[in-house]
Ligand binder design. Structure first.
Ligand code: P6P
Length: 359
């Protein structure tokens, strides 16, 4: 279904509409405004490219560059983006604490500043390995409610299932700077009007086609996948000559935000499955500030998001930086891939339950 035609309203006007509809309160509205403003600053820093002295690795203590809590090389823009989001959210009184891919522990609101009732989690610059080659990167964020009577939120206070999210969004820093946002009442897209500096509503009530003709996966991991993934992707590659009876196209940007935005825009599926290399970590992508917010956005647009075996948003988190397998996008295609995994596990009796859980 095509999203309804819209008159160009700004993000601020949209947030006022959402408050009047009772979908959000004033504090959450302010939080989203602050995050959107911070992302505009990240866009400016990112868009400078080689002229801004922001490319390359973040300097470390020793010989090599800085390594983040994930054990990954840190780019200068990872650190800059993280600082921009922390600084923007420190003083507004809308947050109890922040958690970031770039920080081991949650960041408290500095003493002297008022605190709010929300927890903000973010990957400040997802896909940052693409920065130096000028490929789209992005910011992903998720908002949870701070448990009552908690004034110094610890990691365990963030460990809430994705179904508890009050808001989720991402910003793509690409040819256009685009914000995609949900409060649980549909998924909506805003495009930055650079001259004015406002995010303008460009798509309201996005719906992802249930069928897919494009899949996104890192094929170089193929020999490490589990058998059901080998079978499933093999059938996509067989196209009209195989059991699926139709040809598929493939994309892999290696920037989750860019791959997900393509799916939000024209359908398709994105997979980062378990493989032998990452079995111990439980997956590649992080549950709290990548998988859960993207799952919320995708589900609100009529898509599905599973680990290949269960709905992502129902997972009870066990760690702030926990990793999970991610299968998301066009609902019917995600269901096929998930069914293959359940059947391979001898859990076909769970197929109906999982289908019901992903709606
Ligand atoms: P690979 C980027 O580092 C990221 O976290 C996601 O944005 C992206 O989808 C994935 O990892 C790419 O992983 O193994 O293809 O480099």
């Amino acid at each position: 279904m095509k999203p309804s035609p819209i008159k160009p309203i700004s993000l601020i006007q949209f947030l006022i509409e959402e408050r009047r509809a009772g979908h959000i309160n004033a504090e959450l509205s302010l939080l989203i405004e602050v995050v959107a403003r911070a992302c505009k600053r990240i866009a400016v820093a990112t868009n400078k490219g080689a002229l801004g002295g922001v490319l390359g690795m973040q300097a470390g203590d020793g010989e090599g560059g800085s390594i983040n809590v994930q054990g990954e090389a840190q780019k200068k823009l990872d650190v800059i983006s993280n600082e921009i989001l922390l600084e923007a959210n420190a003083w507004g009184g809308h947050l109890a604490a922040c958690a970031s891919e770039e920080m081991e522990d949650p960041q408290q609101i500095p003493d002297g500043y008022p605190k709010g009732n929300h927890l903000l989690l973010f990957d400040p610059l997802d896909g940052s390995s693409n920065i130096d080659v000028n490929i789209s990167v992005g910011t992903i964020f998720s908002v949870l409610r701070c448990p009552d009577d908690v004034t110094e939120p610890k990691a365990e206070h963030f460990l809430q299932p994705g179904t508890e999210q009050l808001a989720a969004g991402y910003v793509v820093y690409g040819p256009a700077t685009t914000l995609v946002l949900t409060f649980g009442h549909g998924t909506h897209e805003f495009t930055l009007e650079r001259e004015v500096g406002s995010f303008m509503l460009s798509r309201r009530g996005i719906r992802i086609p249930e069928e897919a003709t494009e899949f996104a996966i890192n094929m170089s991991n193929q020999r490490h996948w589990q058998p059901p993934m080998q079978r499933y992707i093999g059938e996509l590659l067989a196209g009209t000559t195989g059991p699926r009876g139709k040809d598929f196209n493939m994309r892999w940007v290696a920037s989750m935000v860019a791959d997900v935005h393509r799916i939000v825009t024209r359908g398709g599926v994105f997979y980062y499955p378990l493989d032998a290399k990452i079995l111990k970590q439980g997956g590649k992508l992080r549950l709290m500030y990548e998988a859960n917010p993207m799952a919320f956005i995708i589900e609100q647009a009529g898509g599905a998001a599973t680990t290949g075996r269960e709905r992502i948003m129902q997972l009870q988190p066990t760690g702030l930086h926990q990793r999970v397998p991610v299968f998301l996008g066009s609902k019917k295609e995600v269901e096929v891939a998930t069914h293959y995994h359940l059947i391979a596990d001898g859990a076909q009796n769970q197929v109906d339950d999982v289908d019901r859980s992903i709606g």
